[in-house]
Design a protein around this ligand. Structure first.
Ligand SMILES: *[C@@H]1O[C@H](CO)[C@@H](O)[C@H](O)[C@H]1NC(C)=O
Ligand SMILES: *[C@@H]1O[C@H](CO)[C@@H](O)[C@H](O)[C@H]1NC(C)=O
Ligand SMILES: *[C@@H]1O[C@H](CO)[C@@H](O)[C@H](O)[C@H]1NC(C)=O
Length: 357
């Protein structure tokens, strides 16, 4: 009899343990804050006056909630990094996060936004990195209300992951658009990379002063090689494509140096560089991608999908969803290698799984 009771108690314990493991496996960090552009935007631009928004079909065709404002067919890279961190919900966009929503973090990313305030201006409104930082200050005030004291809020923020990914629009929607912007007449490519990183450095240091202690900084991808650059910016001129890809290299090199400098100076924090361009080097067909030079949806002249157009069926075989943004299939691959590097060169000095643990 006693034997039977012990046996059923043991069984009960095992079941309880399993149930609690499934339902409440805590994420590896309490919160995840995202600063970025259209690669991470999850709806912040929906109510702005701009061409840079994606709250229409076929965007979101593979996303659980359908169209949300994400600039891809399914989940973004940060959505999938959130899943790998153990979050069982998506990090809410700043535009609609209310009340206790902000406890898991906030996504401030905005399509067309840049490190520089003016980048992306020709497309309409956008929330530049400087404004995203102001929005973060507003979040911190709300966090203080929720947690009780400034000290509690700071302790909380210290444990969170921060992901800051901008710069593409400072090239595509600024430097390489000389009819709208003067930067390419004022700065050489190397000077431009320097002034961008100098400004980025101040912005990231401000984030540190606001409590960030675990910070991931993705470099820029090969933005000359996206279909939009080839057809629109370069009018099918291959040396122009090479020129754009070369221009972002000093930006990435200086970002790596910045990571070293920040780790040296701010010793109670850790900063990592994610080697986005390195991850996409190599033969995409090895990963099952067959179409690398055109997007899956028919695109407008600005590179985004034509509203209500019919996209390709075999989306896992496409690198690009529209003429600018990668498919969910590529995002899954980027998220996985950012979280758990498969080559030592994927992340420097370490990957996200080591940054958070
Ligand atoms: C192609 O691009 C290169 C580099 O930007 C430029 O120097 C060259 O004049 C372009 N050629 C044509 C035919 O537009
Ligand atoms: C990024 O990846 C490329 C290609 O694998 C590699 O050559 C480069 O050294 C990497 N950069 C860093 C900072 O690790
Ligand atoms: C990380 O990736 C390696 C292979 O690259 C794999 O063996 C390992 O299980 C992965 N770890 C996690 C935590 O996903």
């Amino acid at each position: 009899m006693a034997h039977k009771i012990i046996k059923s108690l043991l069984l009960l314990l095992v079941l309880l343990n399993l149930v609690s493991n499934c339902a409440h496996a805590a994420p590896q960090v309490p919160c995840f804050f995202i600063f970025g552009d259209s690669l991470a935007d999850n709806g912040n631009n929906n109510n702005l006056v701009t061409a840079a928004k994606a709250n229409y079909r076929p965007y979101g065709i593979d996303f659980p909630d359908g169209t949300t404002g994400r600039f891809t067919n399914g989940r973004t890279t940060v959505d999938m990094i959130g899943e790998l961190l153990g979050f069982n919900q998506f990090i809410p966009p700043f535009a609609t996060a209310r009340g206790r929503d902000i406890l898991v973090g906030v996504n401030y990313a905005s399509g067309a936004a840049g490190i520089r305030d003016e980048s992306g201006r020709q497309l309409g409104d956008r929330i530049s990195l400087n404004e995203q930082l102001l929005n973060h200050a507003a979040t911190i005030n709300r966090l203080i209300q929720l947690l009780g004291t400034g000290k509690e809020a700071t302790n909380y923020l210290n444990k969170c992951l921060f992901y800051v990914s901008l710069g593409s629009n400072d090239y595509l929607n600024n430097y390489f658009m000389p009819s709208y912007y003067t930067t390419s007449r004022i700065y050489t490519q190397d000077q431009y990379a320097k002034i961008l990183i100098d400004q980025y450095s101040l912005q990231i240091r401000l984030l540190y002063l606001l409590g960030a202690r675990k910070v991931a900084l993705p470099g820029l991808g090969s933005i000359g090689s996206i279909p939009y650059s080839f057809s629109t910016l370069c009018r099918n001129n291959v040396s122009c494509v090479t020129n754009i890809n070369n221009a972002v290299q000093p930006f990435n090199a200086r970002l790596v140096s910045l990571v070293d400098e920040l780790n040296r100076e701010l010793t109670d924090a850790r900063f990592i560089y994610l080697n986005t361009s390195g991850m996409s080097a190599g033969d995409p067909s090895m990963l099952g991608f067959r179409v690398i030079d055109t997007g899956c949806c028919p695109a407008r002249s600005d590179g985004q999908c034509i509203q209500d157009s019919t996209p390709c069926q075999n989306r896992n075989e496409y690198v690009f969803w529209d003429a600018i943004h990668p498919t969910e299939a590529v995002n899954r691959f980027t998220a996985s290698r950012s979280y758990n590097a498969s080559l030592p060169s994927d992340a420097y000095p370490t990957d996200i799984s080591h940054l958070v643990n």
